[in-house]
Design a protein around this ligand. Structure first.
Ligand code: SF4
Ligand code: SF4
Length: 333
């Protein structure tokens, strides 16, 4: 049970924020679904404005947008919010570790729920044999390498511009919606297996398979924030290591610099000894709540900058959607 009023527990505030974002994602999904339905029903169902926030679910296209922007100076106008959110999450990783994973990502929230459910069910979460665990962790980096090579290395600016101008990119968000609302049997099966594995093993998807998390994890190595253990105050109880959702052996580290650390502050909240464990900024301990506030300021600041800079609403018109959405099923096949 989350006691959000326990101000001394930054992890509780993080969980509250996590659930607010989860609720917000569901709300955006429903609103976007109603928007799409309006066009699919040829205007028979009511019109709802399109929420640009759904573009946060287009990380691969965002990587293409980012390269195009860096090479040509052109900021994508079709899905500008996708690039704004992507840049925001990259900056957040650089400054406040993988806080995107532990504060914002709905998949991270779902993973946390499933492994906690598993812990209740079996009395504990299981651990994969260390050697295999290391091999499996490599998968997400291999996937990241694949996208980096494909997009950042191999794709020339002309191909990227052509992609961003194509109808497929224009309705990439609609295709993403259809992935969830018209799920194929194979996708359903894969998601079910991953969910089951997440019940047994903590954060199975995030730990082994998510290339987005891998990218953010690598950037997070440069973050000035680190969890730090103060040996003189530490009583070696091991509560931090046991609590860490990323299976980091906090108890035996002076400073956590792992790319797996999401800055979730679970270890800090579980430490019973005052002054033994803290999130630190350039080696100086700072309050967990300050860290939470900085994460939120970075997110809000990123989105606001995009909005004020005119990079939030799509340039596509009502008539464009009228023409494109009925084609969604055929595009990309
Ligand atoms: S080391 Fe602490 S902050 Fe980092 S992932 Fe583990 S519990 Fe969260
Ligand atoms: S929970 Fe705190 S006191 Fe216990 S081992 Fe970790 S840092 Fe030390």
């Amino acid at each position: 049970m989350i006691n959000i009023f326990s101000c001394k527990q930054p992890n509780h505030w993080r969980q509250l924020i996590q659930w607010l974002f989860f609720g917000w994602c569901v709300f955006l999904g429903v609103q976007f679904g109603l928007f799409v339905r309006h066009f699919e029903s040829q205007g028979m169902s009511g019109y709802y404005p399109r929420p640009p926030g759904v573009e946060g679910f287009l990380p691969i296209g965002s990587l293409m947008s980012l390269k195009t922007w860096l090479l040509t100076g052109h900021f994508d106008t079709v899905h500008p919010a996708a690039l704004v959110l992507f840049l925001t999450f990259l900056v957040m990783a650089l400054l406040t570790k993988k806080s995107f994973c532990s504060f914002i990502c709905p998949v991270g929230t779902f993973s946390e729920v499933t492994w906690k459910f598993g812990r209740k069910l079996f009395g504990r979460n299981f651990r994969i044999w260390r050697g295999l665990d290391l091999v499996l962790q490599f998968i997400k980096y291999a996937l990241l390498l694949f996208f980096v090579k494909l997009i950042l290395i191999d794709m020339p600016a002309s191909a990227l511009k052509a992609y961003l101008a194509a109808p497929y990119w224009a309705i990439a968000d609609v295709k993403m919606l259809h992935f969830f609302t018209r799920m194929s049997t194979t996708s359903m099966l894969v998601i079910s297996v991953l969910s089951l594995l997440s019940v047994v093993y903590r954060n199975f998807w995030c730990r082994y398979l998510c290339p987005y998390g891998a990218l953010l994890g690598l950037l997070s190595m440069f973050s000035p924030f680190k969890v730090r253990r103060y040996e003189k105050a530490c009583i070696d109880c091991g509560a931090c290591s046991r609590a860490c959702p990323q299976l980091i052996d906090v108890q035996n580290k002076a400073r956590v610099s792992s790319p797996e650390c999401t800055g979730c502050l679970t270890c800090v909240s579980n430490c019973p000894e005052k002054g033994a464990l803290a999130i630190s900024l350039w080696n100086r301990p700072v309050g967990g709540l300050l860290f939470v506030a900085i994460v939120m300021i970075l997110f809000g600041g990123g989105v606001l900058t995009g909005m004020l800079g005119g990079h939030w609403q799509t340039s596509l018109t009502y008539a464009d959607y009228q023409r494109l959405i009925p084609l969604a099923e055929r595009l990309g096949h």
